[in-house]
Design a protein around this ligand. Structure first.
Ligand code: DX5
Ligand code: ZN
Length: 226
């Protein structure tokens, strides 16, 4: 049975008060904390890295959901695991030997995620599905918070969920980018079960927004949209 989880993305948080921001969403009931790492190559921007994750780990009990938007992430997997990552998500497009990368993530004691950009077909994951704990469908192009949800991603989510079921898998589907209280129901209905939200949570009233997202997920759990 798939579980619904909320993963607030700190990219939209106030970095001068990061500990407090993380504590606020934890107190409001979020389960994960989404940590976006960018290298200026794979993603056209730079964000946070190891020291920030290490510091947050000391003050947060949330599941650390680390989204590596970096080229050849294998180079840093052990460092991110040591810094406190619970889930390590790599981009399929950035890995030359994805099968080996997924083994490495599990050997480090983390759950594995594979992220796919909007244009990337998911069928390339066919032969490694047994090693993938979560598929992250990017619903914007990587690099920045506050972008608009790419509308045709709803069809991709539904199509991925159908395909996974056909293959005999109940893999977590995480959606990331442009997720708001307005489209949360649509993406959950399509088959996503883990929501990332940055600006929709930290942009205003993190606690109230977290509770509103959780309430939306609760309605879905109870049998569909209210
Ligand atoms: C974008 C990042 C996202 C980003 C989402 O490249 O992967 O996690 O923080 O931000 P919003 O929810 O504002 O689109
Ligand atoms: Zn992300």
């Amino acid at each position: 049975m798939l579980e619904y989880k909320l993963s607030p993305s700190v990219l939209a948080a106030d970095f001068a008060r990061l500990g407090e921001e993380a504590a606020a969403v934890e107190a409001a009931g979020a389960q994960y904390l989404h940590l976006d790492v960018m290298d200026g190559l794979f993603a056209p921007s730079l964000s946070i890295g190891l020291p920030v994750i290490r510091s947050l780990r000391k003050v947060s009990g949330l599941v650390f959901d680390v989204h590596l938007m970096i080229e050849e992430p294998d180079r840093y997997l052990a460092d991110f695991a040591a810094a406190g990552a619970d889930i390590l998500t790599v981009h399929g497009e950035a890995c030359r030997h994805l099968d080996r990368t997924l083994d490495q993530i599990h050997a480090l004691g983390c759950r594995s995620g594979v992220a796919l950009n909007p244009a990337t077909p998911f069928e390339s994951l066919r032969w490694v599905l047994s090693k993938v704990d979560m598929i992250l469908l990017m619903t914007v192009n990587p690099g920045f918070g506050g972008q608009k949800y790419v509308s045709y991603m709803t069809e991709k989510i539904a199509s991925l969920r159908g395909w996974l079921t056909e293959q005999g898998y109940e893999t977590d589907i995480q959606v990331d980018g442009g997720i708001t209280l307005e489209n949360a129901e649509e993406v959950l209905q399509a088959g996503a079960n883990i929501l990332v939200a940055g600006s929709a949570i930290f942009g205003k009233e993190p606690q109230a927004s977290t509770r509103a997202f959780l309430a939306c997920m609760e309605r879905m759990r109870e049998g569909g949209p209210a």
